[in-house]
Ligand binder design. Structure first.
Ligand code: FAD
Length: 457
């Protein structure tokens, strides 16, 4: 039994079926794919692609090619986004059928250690299982005491793209908030971002966030750090917002507000007690390295187990959980799980950050290769990026890496592999990277560590 059809759930279901198990996957919604495919990773990336087209066209005036202002057909744009999602969701259904993975639509809760109760359109069904993988994901956290007004949205509402608000407030300067800011700014909204912490993208090193912050500061109406929303009053002329904190915005009336202040695991919504599954106070289900809960025949994966709430983590956990159930001797033992903000510029990091190294007193050497010295970055007209490597001082073994710049999310994969393989900086420096690519900056950062280049053009 797999509970949930997001990236964790469908990966687990498909792998289990491939290994010969008889699989039923339960999903409360009609469409398979979970948050990631339907209201997360994929629709946001489709819209970010269009946002990039628009801002690239704006920037290209500086390269001698000027375009007229874009004409935005919101219905067609929505259709494009929904079409991308539709293709992937349809693909999943086909893959499930191919493997004889059965699906059941309904909301499931545990009714005992070997039973789930599923509320379907045709009534309540009790389904029994020998082994279960719980992959019920997470949901957006709402701010308390906000009025019930359709102009106040979470990321799901924001991705529906109902209109292009003239004045948009984004509450939360993390990855999801900034990606939505990027989309609506490009489409023409005047965007204000407020973030409770003292920095955007808490978790990333400040030097990697700086080029993003500089660019968006020039584009947005305002970015206000150390600031929180205290109250919102829904009036006819707009949403009147009361702020508190270090840098409260001058503008206080907005046409729409997107709340992106984090996500909460769904562990507390499954009547897990009935099966004896431990759920912590925040709603996470603790698991061991084999993804087993405290009830050995029940595993849990993805957003509802501790760790970063990211699709690639859920996918890899799903694979391991299915293999464990099929009797394979495997554990989930990723050395690193990369993070990427698909903003413009993108910010990506993996392994140890410099901030963590300092806080934990871990000795490190660091080198940052400025993209102002990359021929490819210059020819793209986007030389504000940096590629950074952290290594162990004695051995030069790679501890962490980060990049900011266009396509930084793609570049980080090389560092992820290097970390997984226990590579040293010399391995990257001696690797012949294709020229002229942004990937060279990874090798050049390693050269800076090794002292094999000392001066930059
Ligand atoms: P989910 O995808 O949440 O799937 C859980 C499924 O379980 C859902 O379909 C749900 O309906 C179902 N379910 C829950 N409870 C029940 C129940 N009781 N009965 C039946 N079914 C139930 N991650 C990335 O790695 N890259 C990105 O670019 C990225 N972008 C994102 C953008 C946005 C706007 C958002 C919101 C998230 C983004 N994420 C991204 C995070 C990513 O979507 C999640 O980490 C991922 O979906 C987690 O997968 P999962 O399988 O654990 O759970």
């Amino acid at each position: 039994m797999v509970l949930g059809s997001g990236p964790g759930g469908y990966t687990a279901a498909f792998r289990a079926a491939d290994l010969g198990l008889d699989v039923l996957m339960i999903e409360r919604y009609e469409k398979l794919g979970g948050v990631c495919l339907n209201v997360g990773c994929i629709p946001s990336k489709a819209l970010l692609h269009v946002a990039k087209l628009i801002t690239d066209a704006e920037d290209s005036g500086a390269h001698g090619v000027a375009f007229a202002a874009p004409e935005i057909d919101l219905d067609a744009l929505r259709e494009f986004k929904d079409g991308v999602v539709g293709k992937l969701v349809g693909g999943l259904s086909g893959m499930a059928k191919q493997r004889k993975v059965r699906t059941l639509q309904g909301r499931a809760t545990f009714a005992g250690p070997h039973q789930l109760e599923v509320v379907t359109d045709d009534g309540v069904q009790t389904v029994a299982f020998q082994q279960c993988i719980v992959a019920a994901g997470s949901e957006a956290v709402a701010l308390p005491d906000l009025p019930d007004d359709e102009r106040i949205m979470d990321s799901t509402g924001a991705l529906e793209l109902r209109d292009i608000p003239a004045r948009l407030l984004i509450v939360g300067g993390g990855i999801i908030g900034l990606e939505m800011a990027c989309v609506y700014d490009a489409l023409g909204s005047s965007v204000t971002v407020v973030e409770l912490a003292d920095a955007l993208l808490p978790g990333a090193d400040p030097d990697l966030v700086r080029p993003l912050q500089k660019r968006v500061k020039e584009r947005y109406a305002g970015i206000h750090l150390g600031t929180r929303v205290e109250a919102i009053a829904a009036e006819e002329d707009g949403l009147h917002v009361r702020f508190a904190g270090q840098e409260t915005p001058d503008t206080t009336t907005f046409d729409r507000v997107i709340v992106a202040v984090g996500r909460r695991p769904n562990g507390g919504r499954l009547n897990a007690d009935a099966a004896g599954i431990e759920v912590d106070a925040r709603g996470f289900i603790p698991v061991d390295a084999r993804l087993r809960t405290n009830v050995p025949h029940i595993s849990a994966i993805g957003d509802l187990v501790p760790g970063p709430m990211l699709a690639h983590k859920a996918i890899h956990e799903g694979k391991v959980a299915a293999e464990v159930i099929a009797g394979e001797d495997v554990v989930f033992d990723a050395r690193t799980i990369p993070s990427v903000a698909y903003t413009d510029p993108e910010v990506a990091w993996t392994g140890l950050t410099e901030t963590e190294a300092k806080a934990q007193g871990i000795a490190y050497e660091v080198a940052s290769f400025p993209w102002a010295a990359s021929g490819r970055a210059l020819s793209l007209g986007r030389s504000e990026g940096t590629t950074k490597l952290l290594v162990e001082p004695e051995t030069h073994r790679i501890l962490g890496a980060g990049a900011v710049g266009v396509h930084a999310g793609d570049l980080i994969a090389e560092a992820v592999l290097a970390l997984e393989m226990g590579a040293v900086a010399g391995d990257l420096a001696l690797t012949v990277h294709p020229h002229p690519t942004l990937s060279e900056t990874m090798g050049l950062a390693a050269d800076l560590i090794e002292g094999t280049i000392t001066d930059l053009p």
